[in-house]
Design a protein around this ligand. Structure first.
Ligand SMILES: NC(=O)c1ccc[n+]([C@@H]2O[C@H](COP(=O)([O-])OP(=O)(O)OC[C@H]3O[C@@H](n4cnc5c(N)ncnc54)[C@H](OP(=O)(O)O)[C@@H]3O)[C@@H](O)[C@H]2O)c1
Length: 249
C-alpha cells in the first residue's frame, strides 16, 4: 500500500509584504496584525499609546515594529510615515469619537467622528501615498451604521457613509493601488469592552434582535474580511459589510 505524501503547503499569502496598521495596538487592528504576521508579513502598528503598542508588538513577535502616531495631527502622521520605507497594505481603524443625538451633543462632540475617523483616515492615506507600492492596497474602516442607523447618532452615521464614499473616490485617484472599505456591524471585542456593562448588554441584545445571524460579530471575523481585501487583487472601490445580515433587516 502506498502512503499518500503530505500536500505541499500553500505559500504564505503575505510573505515578504510590508503591512501598516494605524490603530493596531488593540481590537480589530491588533487582530489584523496577528493574522498578517501569521500570513508572513512584516508589520508596523501605530497608535497614540506607546505602552499599549509595545505590549502588543511583544505579543506578536519580531516581525512587528511600532510607532506612536495621532491621526488627528498631520505633523505626527508625517513623522510616522517618514520612518517607513514601503507599504504593501495599509489599514486605518484608528479613531476615537463621541456618538449621540444631534439635540444632545455639543458641536465639538458631534464633529468628533469626522475629525477623528473621516479626516484621520483621509490624512493617514495622504501621508502614506509616497510609500505605497504600485500593487499596494488600502483598507479604510467604516461601520454598518452607515446604511442602517442603530439609534439617533446622525453625525456618526453620516461620517461612516462619507468614509465609504471616500473609499470609492480614492480608488479612482490612486489606481492601480486598490482602495476598499470594511464596514462591520457590532463587534464583541475591545471597543465595547471599554463601555459601561449596561450599555454594552443593551446594544448586544438589540443587535441579536436586529441581525439575521442573531449575534454580534468577532474581531477575528472582521480581520478575515480585511485580509481578503488586502489579498484579492481584483477588489477595489468596494465596501464589504461583515455584519451578520444587520444591514438587510
Ligand atoms: N468594535 C465595533 O463594534 C465596531 C463596529 C463598527 C466599526 N468599528 C470601527 O472600528 C474602529 C476601531 O475599532 P476597534 O473595535 O478595533 O476599537 P479599539 O480597540 O478602540 O481600536 C482603536 C485603536 O485606535 C487607536 N486610536 C484611537 N484614536 C487614534 C488616533 N487619533 N490616532 C492614532 N490611533 C488612535 C487606539 O489606541 P490609542 O487610544 O492608544 O491611540 C486603539 O488601539 C473604529 O473606527 C470603529 O468606529 C468598530
Amino acid at each position: 500500500m502506498t502512503i499518500p505524501s503530505a500536500p505541499t503547503p500553500l505559500p504564505a499569502p503575505l510573505a515578504d509584504r510590508d503591512v501598516v496598521i494605524i490603530g493596531g495596538g488593540s481590537g480589530i487592528g491588533l487582530e489584523v496584525a496577528r493574522r498578517a504576521v501569521a500570513s508572513g508579513a512584516r508589520v508596523v502598528i501605530g497608535g497614540r499609546s506607546a505602552g499599549k503598542l509595545e505590549e502588543a508588538a511583544k505579543s506578536l513577535g519580531e516581525q512587528v515594529r511600532w510607532g506612536v502616531v495621532d491621526t488627528t495631527d498631520q505633523d505626527s502622521l508625517a513623522a510616522f510615515f517618514d520612518s517607513i520605507d514601503r507599504i504593501d497594505h495599509l489599514f486605518t481603524p484608528a479613531a476615537s469619537y463621541q456618538v449621540g443625538p444631534m439635540r444632545e451633543l455639543t458641536d465639538s462632540e458631534a464633529e468628533s467622528p469626522f475629525v477623528s475617523k473621516f479626516w484621520g483616515q483621509y490624512h493617514a492615506v495622504k501621508h502614506a501615498t509616497a510609500k505605497l507600492t504600485s500593487h499596494a492596497s488600502v483598507v479604510l474602516m467604516s461601520g454598518a451604521a452607515s446604511v442602517r442607523p442603530p439609534a439617533a447618532a446622525p453625525a456618526y452615521v453620516a461620517c461612516n457613509a462619507a468614509i465609504e464614499g471616500l473609499g470609492r473616490g480614492l480608488a479612482v485617484e490612486l489606481a492601480p493601488v486598490r482602495v476598499n472599505v470594511v464596514s462591520p456591524g457590532t463587534i464583541d471585542g475591545n471597543l465595547w469592552a471599554q463601555r459601561p456593562a449596561h450599555i454594552r448588554q443593551a446594544s448586544f441584545a438589540q443587535y441579536e434582535r436586529d441581525a439575521l445571524l442573531r449575534r454580534p460579530g468577532t474581531e477575528s471575523e472582521i480581520a478575515d474580511a480585511v485580509l481578503f481585501l488586502f489579498t484579492n487583487t481584483f477588489m477595489t472601490g468596494s465596501t464589504l459589510y461583515p455584519d451578520g445580515g444587520y444591514a438587510l433587516r
